[in-house]
Design a protein around this ligand. Structure first.
Ligand code: NAD
Length: 351
């Protein structure tokens, strides 16, 4: 008998094409009369157009979302929320914008409608990472989850190719680690394999036809599936290493996940626990399958091209070993150094 615990999340999810037309009715369902729109400066125009779907309720926009949810930006957004007397939040964008939406909604106790435009998956998780004084603090609480998530595949057509690839690899990393998570369950395992498969097939189509609606839809489905995995179970070595590389060396989030994933997958997949990755992507070695996919898609392959130097490896390994955490395969400092060295110059992993 295999024992497990499964607790479904409470977010309402609407998925499809043209689904932004639901924003107004979703706000009505939640009893929201005055929406504050959140966006990055780069997506302010796109968010403004999307928000017209609920124009009678929209009272203002804060277009200052940025990576890593710095608390000083959140404070400014809170001031804007109060100035506009808003009673609900509409976050339109990638993981950074949705992170800001979570930070505000949990502080103010207001409903959050998330409209994701990338594959990062934050909208499906009760996880909030915030930075203050150069430190990132992450917490997990059901109240952090958005009330409604509206996936409109049309909004992903503008996602640049480089971000399409790295954001998708970031999402697949959630699913890969869910497959061996200490607290995994059969629902999550099924979603993880389906999510990886959806990306594996859609990305190869999108490479030559980035606007293909069916492939974009499959990829966004993958984002939902992989994000749901991240929201349900705990992560391990891969996420820890990416957290260290982002937090200590300021490496870019999604690209770092892209480079590290094949190497940690090869390390952790040796006992056959990651056969689902082979089923989803083809091949017999899960780390190599992910590496070959990344290579085909023109993704960054080495940490060196993201700004890490050979001299940084020892410090990264030290920081990664500072506090213990669970991983399916026991490891020591030399294992971490080996993974980082292989990832530095983008070597094809052996596993
Ligand atoms: P991002 O949100 O920082 O977006 C990067 C850039 O792409 C921004 O300029 C954004 O405006 C732009 N962009 C996004 N979608 C676009 C589109 N469709 N068209 C054009 N431009 C678009 O990047 P991300 O990879 O989506 O998110 C990364 C952040 O999310 C990190 O800070 C990470 O920590 C966080 N994250 C959190 C969780 C969680 O569960 N808490 C999960 C995954 C990621």
């Amino acid at each position: 008998m295999r024992a497990f615990t499964y607790e479904p999340q409470k977010s309402r999810v609407i998925f499809g094409s043209g689904t932004i037309t639901n924003i107004d009715t979703e706000a009505e369902r939640l009893g929201v009369k005055r929406l504050l729109v959140l966006a990055t400066p780069e997506q302010a125009d796109q968010a403004g157009q999307v928000a017209q779907q609920a124009e009678k309720r929209v009272v203002g926009m804060f277009a200052g979302a940025t990576m890593h949810t710095p608390t000083d930006v959140t404070e400014k957004a809170m001031t804007s929320l109060k100035q506009h007397d808003a009673d609900g939040i509409l976050a339109i964008g990638g993981g950074s914008t949705i992170g800001l939406g979570k930070a505000i909604s949990v502080r103010a106790g207001l409903p959050h409608i998330a409209v994701p435009t990338s594959y990062a998956g934050s909208e499906m998780t009760p996880i909030l990472g915030e930075t203050a004084d150069g430190k990132k603090l992450t917490r997990r609480d059901p109240s952090i989850l958005p009330a409604t998530v509206i996936y409109d595949v049309d909004l992903t057509l503008s996602l640049p190719w480089s971000m399409t690839v790295t954001s998708a690899m970031n999402a697949m990393a959630h699913a890969v680690e869910a497959l061996y998570a200490e607290d995994r369950n059969p629902v999550v395992e099924t979603l993880a394999e389906r999510g990886i498969r959806a990306f594996g097939t859609s990305l190869r189509v999108l490479k030559s036809a980035p606007d293909d609606p069916d492939a974009r839809s499959d990829a966004f489905f993958g984002a939902w599936a992989c994000g749901t995995c991240l929201g349900q179970v705990s992560m391990a070595l891969h996420h820890k290493l990416c957290h260290v590389l982002g937090g200590t060396f300021d490496l870019p989030h999604a690209a770092t996940h892209t480079v590290i994933l094949p190497h940690v997958t090869a390390f952790n997949g040796r006992d056959g626990q990651l056969a689902a990755v082979n089923h989803a992507l083809g091949g017999t070695k899960p780390g190599q399958a992910l590496f070959d996919l990344a290579t085909d898609l023109g993704a960054p392959l080495g940490l060196a091209e993201l700004g890490l130097s050979q001299g940084d490896i020892a410090r990264a390994a030290d920081v990664a070993m500072e506090s213990p955490y669970w991983n399916p395969r026991p490891f020591d400092q030399s294992d971490i150094t080996g993974i980082l060295n292989a990832a530095l110059h983008g070597e094809r992993p052996v596993g």
